[in-house]
Design a protein around this ligand. Sequence first.
Ligand code: NDP
Length: 486
Amino acid sequence: MQFDTQPTASHFIDGKYVEDKSGAPIDVVFPATGEKVAEVYEATASIQEKALTSSQIAFYKWSQWSGADRAKVLSRTAGLLKERNSAFATLETIDTGRPLQETLVADALVGADALDYFAGMARTLTGDHYTLGEDFAYTRREPLGVCLGIGAWNYPTQIACWKAAPALASGNSVVMKPSEVTPLGTLKLAELFMEAGAPAGLFNVVQGRGQVASNLVSDNRVRKVSLTGSVPTGQKVYSAAGSMIKYVTMELGGKSPLIIFDDADVENAVSGALLGNMYSAGQVCSNGTRVFVQRGIKNQFIERFSERAQKIRLGNPLDLETEMGPLASQTQMDKVLHYIEIAKEEGARLVCGGERDSGRNGFFVKPTIFADVTDEMTIAKEEIFGPVASVLDFDSEDEVVERSNTTAFGLAAGVFTSDLKRGHRVVSHLEAGTCWINTFNQTPVEVPFGGYKMSGIGRENSARAIEHYTQLKTVYVGMGDVESPY
Ligand code: NDP
């Protein structure tokens, strides 16, 4: 089974596709060729209104369902995602440009895993009981209402599932606004929820640029906003949601350190650095783009890093042999190439790559490594979101910890060392929401994921995510007469 690239209509509301061509058109482009593969229209005010009304009605119904019944819908959706993984992967590759090698394992399947995990949680949501003499109290863990998900363009299906799974398990409904760059996969996911028996309106999808999301953030009916995006967008969304005292989860950008001590297994450290800089052509928020290498192994490390980076097979992402595809858009490619030029001007040493792959029409940038990067250089400070690694030298543990933390970001960090005591000591000092020791970019659904500092607030995945999609109601029960001084 394959999905058509042109969706039946732009939006999915109240259990069906809905179109309104009076919204501004959005071209969907296959990043490997630059060719237009579909067209959707931005949600007009009337589409936005339909989505919110239907979502609120669905919330009233769904929140009354038992946890066991909600679990069944989530599990069935997970099953359908797994069954149609190949079609989802192809659509995701066309939408994002990421190779099939990745989309076959990292998108619908990871999304399904989240739905399965939170299906289990739906059945086990409980409150607490408090004995207060004769009286007692208990808490009920209740849903928030309509939750708005706003997605980035790197992993659209996975992002939608990571938001929807805990939200729906907790009894909320969801309106999802995917990135305008990658609008396709989320619509297919909405179809699956309906096929799995969800009430109409439980998972609505509206298309549009930032303004559409901004309108939805400011609507009274939306009680929670979960954004995956950049820090500047996060600042705007957090402020708008904060002014209305809404719940938020912010999964924002990073400039994560990857620290390689000279006692590390070099091949493993290089594997970690490749995964943490080149996977998805570097378009991963938690990437370890500041690769701190202890001076003793610097040359050996750079040599292997560069050799292996240059062997990465670029090409048509729909070809199963391809290991790296294009960037998601022309805009992103231009941004990455601009950072490469700045790095050259500021004196970083280009080890490999450093240019567009001009043999191809799409938005391809060669795997790029800069060495002799210093903390002051722009590429060591700003998130690039492309296949560009910066190697920085260091001498001592204290020095590298301090330099790693000298950033406004705090999404993730990695440490490679054969001294596990040092590994744990170093991560205890790192200001980052997720730290990996002797591996990188592992984000199983069982463990929390989210940022410190400007990289975000709240956590996705794990039982902790439920806290961000529920509120506690305390119920005090008086068992005796009411004592009153009046
Ligand atoms: P953006 O911040 O540009 O956009 C994110 C989403 O927010 C898009 O859907 C966008 O719409 C929307 N948006 C833009 N402006 C507003 C606004 N004023 N109000 C409400 N919504 C708005 O990020 P990108 O899509 O470029 O994604 C890359 C960024 O995402 C990187 O910084 C990356 O680190 C981060 N990211 C974080 C992850 C995490 O889990 N921490 C994971 C993946 C990515 P549109 O684009 O359609 O205009």
